[in-house]
Write a protein that binds this ligand. Sequence first.
Ligand code: ATR
Length: 292
Amino acid sequence: MEITGKTRLIGIMGHPITHTLSPLMQNAAFTAMGLDICYVPLEVSPENLKKAFDGLRAMRFMGANITIPHKVPSATLVDRLEGAAQITGAVNTVVNDSGELIGHNTDGEGFIRALDEVISIHFPDATALLLGAGGAARSIAVAMAEKGLKKLFIVNRTRGRALELKELLHNHFPSLTIEALTSEAAGEDTVISSKIVINATSVGLGGDLKMPQVAVDRLTKDHVVCDIVYTQSQGTQFLLAARGKGATTLGGLGMLLHQGAAAIHLWTGKEPPIGVMRGALEPERTDNTADS
Ligand code: ATR
């Protein structure tokens, strides 16, 4: 990649940001597409998020990706929300449209596309157990609800946030049955009666060996277990445990790939080179049974 005076910038804002694989994947895509765009990691602490948004405007960034823990607060810092970001109130992609910052969310679409690569799920017959109620969890919940999901358990460390997500979903998808619980209150039945179990918390991030609080012993070969956290080894402890129980597993790299591809489409209006992007992630891609 050659950086010139004309190179346009796209950043990824997060805290921490050192674990991110997005620059590797997105820069490979821009190079393959022959675009003079450079994608850079931006470590932004929560108290500086507003200033960082002003910086994107001032320095005429072409756009940005937003990651943990900024997805929800970013929704109030853009000029306008579009699509899934409007429903979820969480932003993972910002497009700078001639000075107007537009907030989008491609996480849900990325999750569904990644899941489709591993298994076909008929959502109107399915119950899902969602661990977490942050920005990523919201996007996944909305994407599954849009597919007609029958029932959803939302299990979160903080009850208030789980209830907020329940309310949001109820307003947009009144026929979806929802139970919101704290991690302590969630019993084994939440696992037993679910087809899909998704860790959408940050537990396990950065190689942390902790597991989300859930009845792993109750997982079977009939479960599909997803972890939005991606790792550079065999997968998170949670996915390893799920695989040990015979479950079909999906690591975070598939979702990373597809949300990133959808973001490139938003920034450039062009089709992203999925194969090139997948290749850029290849050495880290061992936690995704889609490959095995
Ligand atoms: P993102 O927008 O990327 O989803 P987030 O909004 O900060 O990031 O959400 C992080 C999620 O991980 C939340 O569900 C959070 O639980 P709380 O709502 O209780 O904060 C969850 N989370 C983070 N650290 C956790 C931990 N150590 N144990 C359990 N849940 C955790």
